[in-house]
Structures are given as C-alpha cells and as structure tokens.
Design a protein around this ligand. Sequence first.
Ligand code: NDP
Length: 531
Amino acid sequence: MRRIGSVGGIAAQGTADAGAIIRRVTLTKKPESRPAAASWGLSKRGTPWEYAAAPEATDHIEIRREYGLFIDNAFAPSRPKATFEVINPATEEPLSRVAKASKADVNRAVTAARRAHDTVWSRLPGSERAKYLYRIARIMQERSREFAVVETMNSGKPIKESRDVDVPLAAAHFFYYAGWADKLDYAFPGRTPRSLGVAAQIIPWNFPLLMLAWKIAPALAAGNTVILKPASTTPLTAYLFADVVRQAELPPGVVNIITGPGEIGMELVRHPDVNKVAFTGSTAVGKMIGRAVAGSRKKLTLELGGKAANIVFDDAPLDQAIEGIINGIYFNQGEVCCAGSRLFVQESVYEPLLDKLKARLSTLRVGDPLDKNTDVGAINSAGQLAKIAELVQSGIEEGAEIFQPDCVLPDKGFFFRPTLFTGVSQSHRIAQEEIFGPVLSVLTFRTPEEAIEKANNTPYGLSAGVWTEKGSRIFKMVAAMKAGVVWANTFNRFDPTSPFGGYKESGYGREGGIHGLGAYLDLSANGATGR
Ligand code: NDP
C-alpha cells in the first residue's frame, strides 16, 4: 500500500493496483493529540468537563482516486476526458477526482436510459421491480457505515446526522417505494398508471444521498429509468450508490449518474428524449429550469428554497421548544431548505426563551464532522461560507444584534459559528433571504394574527413550525400558513410516507408518499405515455 498524503491529521493511503482501489483513509490522530475541548467549540459557558475524542473510524471505506461517469452499469471517463477535484470541506484536502461530463456524455446517458426503459424496466412486472428496490434498500443498510462516513467526509455534516438521519432515511425511501411498485393500480384507482420514460434528476449538496433516494426510489418504482446529476461538491455517495446498483444487479441503463457543472444539468433538462425533470436546489436555477421546460411535454417538479417561520406561543413547553428551535436551524449547519431560520416568539415569553436559547446555543460543539460528539460540522464549500458571512455582515450593518457562542473554530476547513440575531425587522435581508447556514433571526409577535401575517411575509412557502399546547390553535395556524409542511411541537421530521414540497417560490410538486409516486407516472385517463 502506498502512502498518498495526509488529510488534516488523517493519513490517506492508496494502493497502486489497477486503478480500482483507490484510497484507504485511516485515522492516525491520537485522542491525546486532539486540541482541548474549547478549541473544538465547547463554550466556556458549556460543560465544565471535556468530551473525550470520539472519531469515527475511516479505515473501512474506499474512495477511488478517480470516478468515471456511471452509464449502463459501467464507470467510464467522460468524452473528451476531463475531471474535476472533490474535497473534504472540513479539511480542504482532496478526496477524489470525478469525470466532467460533456454534451456527448449526456446523449450517451439518455440513450442508455431510453433503451433500458423501453426494452426492460417498464416491461417488468411491478413485483419484479420491487425486488430490485428491496435489494437496494437492504444493501444500503448493510453498507450504512460506509455511506455515513463518505457522506460526512464529502459534505461536512456531522457523522451522527449522516449515520442516524441521512442514511437510514435514504434506505427507508427505497423500502417504502418498493412496497408501491406492484400496487400502482391500487394507488391510483380508476386510472391506468404508466411510466413516463426517462427522468432527469438534479440534486443539491446539502443531503446528497437522501436527495438521491427521494428522486430515484419513486422513479424506479413507477417504471422509469433515470439520469442523476449530483452537485459538483458532493458526488461521492452517488458514486458509492452506483456500486450498490451493480451489486443489486439492476439491468444496465436503469440508473445512470453523471457529474459536471450546472450547464450539464441544463443539457440534461433540455434533452428532447427526457420525459420528466426533477430538481432540488436554488430558486434562481429552479426558475431557469422552469423556463427551459415550458412548452414541452416534460413533467416537472421543483423543490426550491425556503425561509421557514418557527412560531413559539407563550403556552408552549419552552424547554421542548428550545430543542426544536436548535434542531430547526442548526441541524446540518442550517444548510436545509426547510430550516426554521425565522423564529417568531410571543412577546410575553421572549426574555426567558432567549436566555434559554443562548445557553443552549453555547453548548453546541462545532468541529470535526467525523467526531461523534460534534453537533455542527463544516459548511459545504468556500463559496457557501462566503455567502453566509456576507449575509451575517448585512445583518450587523442593518442594525440587528448578533450573538455567537464563545467557541474556537478549527484552523482549516469551512466552519461558521452558530449565530443568532435579535432586533431583526421584517425588511432586513437576514429576515428575507435564504441564508442556508447556521444563522437564526429572532422576531416577536403579540397575537396569532400578527404571527400569521409575519410568517407569510416571504416569497417562499416550504415549511413552518408551531409550538403551543392548544390543539385548536395548531389547526388554525396550519390552515393559515402558506407552507407545504407545517410541524406542530416538533421540527425537521421526515418520513418516506409523508409528502414534502412548497408553495410560491419554494417550488411545486411533491416528493414522498403517494404524491411523490404520482409525480413519476402518467395518470391521464387513456393511459397514454408521456413520450
Ligand atoms: P444550485 O441551485 O446552483 O445547485 C443545485 C444543483 O443544480 C446542483 O446539482 C447544481 O450543479 C445544479 N445546477 C446549477 N446550475 C444549474 C443550471 N443552470 N441548470 C441545471 N442545473 C444546475 O445551488 P447552489 O449550489 O449554487 O447554492 C446556492 C444557493 O441555493 C444556496 O446558498 C442556497 O441558498 C440555495 N440552495 C437551496 C437548496 C434547497 O434544497 N432548497 C439546495 C442547494 C442550494 P453544480 O453543483 O454542478 O453547480
């Protein structure tokens, strides 16, 4: 085995053989060499004792030095050959290089997907498709530790989140949609459900594996074939999934994965032989895709940005609400489209709630995402970190008051302190724009009507939260808030059976549940295909 470099205290080793393997990474940092707890983000106001280092082992994973495009169940270089680097945002060290697709590669992928759809996949009985989906789900569970570590190294999210949320939920989506594959006629009575054909799926970097599962599982259950384009910063779990596709022995061309810049995503969207486009990402790109698809017969779902209101009434159990607020905005470093980034607190409980919130914020541990004690990991990219910093600066300049816990950030990597702003007005940019970072804007209200008006005063409408003991008030608020998902006395709960999607500039169409299945089917009365 050949030593190939050091990754921020992590020794990276690789074998020279056959280009298949690749790279083994082994933790060499001794626990005692770890910096003092304070330098990993423990607040002076936090626990008076130190957490022992709890790094997740990485010696069981293999990351290839280079990944080709995954078309027809084979990895192959792009044509002409071109690659780009993928890094670990917590260390800024390279992890791998991946193929940069060209327009010709998009054509190859669509041709493969079309052939697989027309000759194999759409012709299989639903019960046979289900077997493949179950197999994928089970392999993902078996390889869950591998998926969690790679996801954390590539995205910067804490290992406890990739281990306990992303990977189990991704597998759960395959299990769930496997169950529907042979029951389409029952799911949509009176219709003749037919697959649409070839689906182009473009996903972002905040939940790389989970977004893949949200897109691929219902598409395959409905009999479509797919071409997935992951975000350029986070393609590694998608390529690990490609390995699962081969292990599950899916017919070639059913799942294809290509990497490349945004323009390649647009080539895919515009391709005349694509029948369905599913996109999750920024509202700006979502609008461009909407324009590109307009006038064609392609079916489209857009899951875009958000600026969710999390509303706390004075009768809410405050300690429980604090946990919901923290989870709502600091989960995944706040890089969550449905993050509860605007907190509305009823005036009568504003002061006690804020005291508790600041105290809780000060206990969050920021640092090495691979440490099992870490609560807030690395921001996904230097560009996203700069965007967060710019918006936080605008909050200060516009007169809001900033609070950040007293923690020291690691020297390398893209880290940002959990932040909250008070004295925020509705017109501030931090109350209007999606920050996509660990930044909370706190506002107040007096009456439910005022809360509703303020909560809805945003171009977005993806999610919201309500904290109150009164069931009747929950129903009133849920009916009045323009948000696709409203959580009551909880936040950021996801389940494959539950539809998710937005209003207004947060997009349209639903993913998850039976609604998410319908988005991949032609349900027209005569059952004609969408081709
Ligand atoms: P983008 O919308 O640019 O990226 C999302 C996906 O779309 C990526 O796969 C990206 O590819 C691809 N893409 C980019 N441009 C195009 C295009 N013209 N046509 C087709 N596909 C395209 O988000 P960013 O990564 O630039 O993030 C910017 C902001 O968007 C964030 O700060 C955040 O506010 C918001 N965002 C919201 C998300 C959500 O879930 N609602 C998710 C991600 C971001 P590539 O990575 O190669 O550029």
